[in-house]
Design a protein around this ligand. Structure first.
Ligand SMILES: Nc1ncnc2c1ncn2[C@@H]1O[C@H](COP(=O)(O)OP(=O)(O)O)[C@@H](O)[C@H]1O
Ligand SMILES: [Mg+2]
Length: 278
């Protein structure tokens, strides 16, 4: 559904952030994009919805070249592309429900959304999603009253209420503690699967990526250096992506950490208790 061909991005002030990236993602497919800070992960997904203008290359969404669209065509195309951000990007003084409904702004007319009038089916869908992410009790709570995990749940519901075909997710857990990070990743992966959307998840935490996604793409210095199953991520591959490090020691440490993790793994998302869980 998304074909990226020879994508290059050079920021005016810096070196090339992307140096010829080729990447295809099928309908309903999910992949994690890993790589060190500065590898170009954010630039890549921002090029896809043209928050960043690509320097050259092609971006085909269902065969349509996103780079050649007019402003109005781009606005329509963006409805199909949802985003979830590291810093949540909520409107602080608006309620949870209002933040989620803002995900529909690409659909309802300006005046209608200005007066915060949304069709009943949209409101119903927002309520369903908020229930699904465990926030039914927080509909009227202002965004600035929420914990980090709750804020990201709002961000997830806001992205999905738009009914996108592709989700671009940039470091969804980087502002969260480890346990909340796992809960949020699990929720994202479950919802992406339930809704049948394709998703690119930028995440620098290799262990989280391995745990939750089957396909992993490694980016280094603006180039794809690995594209394959998570089972293929070994110390050699990690060295290619991140450079020299003692990966055996790293994964041994993670194994020990995950021993105390059983309670978390069993806890189904959406069950009581999750609401206070982050
Ligand atoms: N707005 C910008 N202006 C200039 N350089 C930028 C900008 N955004 C990112 N870069 C540079 O592009 C490279 C890739 O950055 P980024 O895409 O943010 O990587 P990542 O998300 O993997 O950490 C880095 O060298 C970064 O400094
Ligand atoms: Mg980034």
């Amino acid at each position: 559904m998304l074909e990226i061909k020879g994508l290059v991005k050079k920021y005016p002030s810096g070196p090339e952030a992307l140096r010829g990236v080729d990447l295809n993602i099928a309908h309903s497919e999910m992949l994690s994009l890993i790589g060190p800070s500065g590898a170009g992960k954010s630039t890549l997904i921002r090029c896809v919805n043209r928050l960043v203008e690509p320097t050259s290359g092609e971006l085909l969404l269902n065969g349509r070249d996103l780079c050649s669209l007019s402003r109005s065509q781009l606005r329509l195309a963006r409805r199909e592309i949802g985003m979830i951000f590291q810093e949540f990007a909520l409107v602080e003084r608006l309620s949870v429900m209002e933040n989620v409904l803002s995900g529909r702004l690409g659909y309802v007319g300006f005046w209608r959304s200005f007066r915060r009038r949304f069709p009943a089916d949209v409101v119903q869908n927002a309520l369903r999603l908020l229930h699904r992410v465990g926030l039914s009790d927080y509909l009227d709570t202002r965004a600035d009253q929420l914990s980090g995990g709750q804020r990201q749940r709002v961000g997830i519901a806001r992205a999905l209420v738009q009914q996108p075909k592709l989700l671009l997710i940039d470091e969804p857990t980087a502002s969260l503690d480890p346990k909340t990070s796992r809960q949020i990743m699990r929720l994202i992966v479950e919802l992406v699967t339930e809704h049948g959307v394709a998703a690119i998840i930028n995440i620098h935490d290799v262990n989280l990526a391995k745990r939750f996604t089957q396909r992993m793409v490694g980016l280094r210095d603006g180039k794809v250096v690995y594209d394959g199953p998570s089972s293929g991520i070994n110390s050699d591959v990690l060295t290619t992506i991140y450079g020299e490090e003692d990966w055996e020691a790293e994964s041994a440490a993670k194994t020990v950490e995950s021993v105390g993790d059983d309670e978390d793994s069993r806890q189904a998302v959406g069950e009581p208790g999750m609401r206070t869980g982050g």
